[in-house]
Design a binder for this molecule. Structure first.
Ligand SMILES: Cc1cc2nc3c(=O)[nH]c(=O)nc-3n(C[C@H](O)[C@H](O)[C@H](O)COP(=O)(O)OP(=O)(O)OC[C@H]3O[C@@H](n4cnc5c(N)ncnc54)[C@H](O)[C@@H]3O)c2cc1C
Length: 389
């Protein structure tokens, strides 16, 4: 047991030294003189090694860590190497602490050019001895810590069009290490990505050409819906209790609620169109005009329909933020040409969701895609010998 612990620690120390050498190699190539670097978890170990490299490269330093005494020791060490150093006690799992650190760095140096997230938490022990709190702590430091810090600095870096972020992750995210379950869980680095692929194509990436071409090759639907709140459940007076009326008009369908039977009011679907031309037609109208058109068409099915409308809401999915179109519109040809390319992971990145399934536009498709990815990851991990058979 003791032997295993030391083997684990040795392996991690070797991995840290390798990471430090890699990072340092990169610094040496860039001119960093005068840049302001924040090192979260920079008071000792790998963080301090990186801070020393940055000091040697001429950076001004902000070091965040929990222990003030250790921070002071690190400050003296770095100042002796000629660096200007601000130390700031903080717990990376605590967003407020990170915001204060970033504010203080801004106050002292005016900006942040480099963020290095090094802080990490390792609890060593067999899985059965690990508590939920161990996992919570591992995620707070290893996952939320870097995310908090990145979120706190990215806006100012984007504004200046300049910035560097280094996240020290771990081989433990690729290959689970025995006796480090909370740590490797929080460092896991598979990406299961359900961002709509036509939007993903617009985010800076390094996907292979063929995969990137696939992202923009599957058209999206233009579904459109209107919901009307009706003063009275007039349909029930006509003997309708739920169900759909189909029409060849632009609104295509009227849906009646199958719940709230015999109440005073009810919300019904006043339009639900799959036809892209009808979707476009509605989308181009102002909300009030969308209602006018839908009411005029509804009147042809239920005379007096408009007099019941109290209020309404309309959604054109191809105009909705973060979607810009719903349901990937596959056909036989597209499935043949692109499905395998888009479903096959690119390294550790999996494109997910109903958009990469044989049931696009249905939750069943999203689940099928998740099952595919999980089974594939499981097979990979088993093949790598990291999961017991
Ligand atoms: C009008 C309509 C009716 C539907 N009716 C049914 C039905 O009756 N039954 C049924 O089973 N299914 C139905 N569906 C389909 C169902 O909603 C989808 O199958 C399901 O939501 C797909 O889940 P997903 O996780 O694949 O994708 P989504 O739920 O679409 O998730 C994609 C996520 O990516 C996020 N995102 C976008 N851009 C970015 C970015 N740059 N960074 C980070 N995140 C980003 C989005 O905000 C979103 O949360 C309907 C869909 C629509 C639009």
């Amino acid at each position: 047991m003791g032997g295993k612990k030391w083997a684990t620690r040795f392996a991690l120390a070797a991995a840290f030294a390798y990471a430090a050498a890699k990072v340092a190699g990169r610094w040496r190539k860039a001119d960093l003189r005068g840049e302001v670097a924040v090192i979260v978890g920079g008071s000792r170990g790998l963080g301090l090694m990186i801070a020393r490299e940055l000091a040697a490269a001429g950076c001004r330093l902000v070091i965040g860590a929990r222990d003030v005494d250790q921070l002071r020791v690190a400050q003296r060490d770095l100042e002796a190497r000629g660096a200007e150093v601000l130390i700031w006690p903080c717990d990376v799992g605590n967003r407020r602490d990170i915001d204060l650190l970033v504010a203080e760095a801004g106050e002292r140096f005016g900006r942040i050019d480099i963020l290095v997230n090094v802080a990490g938490l390792i609890q060593v022990g067999p899985a059965e001895s690990m508590t939920i709190d161990n996992f919570r702590d591992a995620f707070a430091v290893n996952f939320w810590g870097p995310l908090h810090a990145m979120d706190a600095v990215i806006a100012q870096m984007q504004e200046r069009g300049h910035g560097r972020i280094v996240n020290i992750t771990s081989i433990g995210g690729e290959l689970p290490v025995p006796h480090l379950l909370p740590y490797v869980t929080a460092k896991a680095d598979y990406v299961l990505n359900c961002i709509p692929m036509h939007l993903l194509a617009g985010i800076e990436h390094n996907f292979p050409k063929e995969f990137a071409a696939g992202l923009t090759s599957i058209p999206r639907g233009k579904l459109f819906k209107i919901g009307f709140q009706m003063k009275e459940r007039f349909w029930e007076k006509e003997g309708i209790y739920g169900g759909i009326s189909w029409t060849l008009q632009d609104i295509q369908q009227l849906w009646y609620p199958a719940h709230g039977i015999n109440r005073q009011k009810g919300v019904m679907l006043g339009a639900y169109t799959f036809d892209p031309a009808a979707g476009e037609k509605f989308a181009r109208l102002a909300p009030a005009d969308r209602f006018k058109l839908a009411i005029a068409q509804g009147e042809k099915i239920h005379p007096g329909y408009g007099s019941y409308v109290e209020t309404g809401v309309s959604v054109a999915w191809h105009q909705m933020n973060h979607m810009l179109g719903c349901a990937a519109q596959w056909d036989e040809e597209l499935w043949k040409k692109w499905f395998k390319t888009l479903q096959t992971p690119v390294g550790n990145h999996y494109l997910m969701g109903d958009q990469v399934s044989y049931h696009p536009g249905w939750q069943e498709g999203a689940m099928a895609s998740a099952h595919f990815a999980i089974a594939d990851i499981d097979a990979r991990e088993r093949a790598a010998g990291s999961v017991a058979a």
